[in-house]
Write a protein that binds this ligand. Sequence first.
Ligand code: FE
Length: 203
Amino acid sequence: MIDSKAMQKLSYGLFVLTARQDGKDAGCIINTAQQISASPITMSITVSKQNHTHDVIKATGEFNISVLSEEATFELFTHFGFQSGHEVDKFKDFVLPRTENGLTYVGWATNAVYSCRVTSMIDCGTHTLFIAEVTEARTLSDSPSATYAYYFEHIKPQPEPKEESKKGWVCKICGYVYEGEELPPDYICPLCKHGASDFEKLS
Ligand code: FE
């Protein structure tokens, strides 16, 4: 059996993933990125097909990863993670710096940036696994990386205790509340695009 609560104990880092197509920037937050070889330096990331940034990377074969540090704010998660790039331009109010490949990155509340060129893609159902060569890597600060555990404890606002008798399900990632007795098993959070396994029942 799979205990999805057990899976959530994996303390991932958190990353802003950025890409660019036809002069337009795209970005979202992901929680899986790892170095998979040292020479050449390659990385893998998994990206939900629900994300507009996924489609941009698939089309262009390039992306940047900005590693979020403990200085990251909830507003940063709200901006890049909890709204859809299909609906809004997340970059219209920002002037963000760019790496040598011309792609943007988040230069604050982050501690490193990597530029990557995709070498292969694997279709994994709801997600695509991108394997990529790192073409540029830069340290941005000495602040520690934000883990999922750190996000839950220190960045995400704590739920207000007085919403007692409300019936429904709450997204543990972004706090979105689904009102209803039963949460459909294929339900996807409209804000952060995480699935039903990341919801818990309001008690
Ligand atoms: Fe959510």
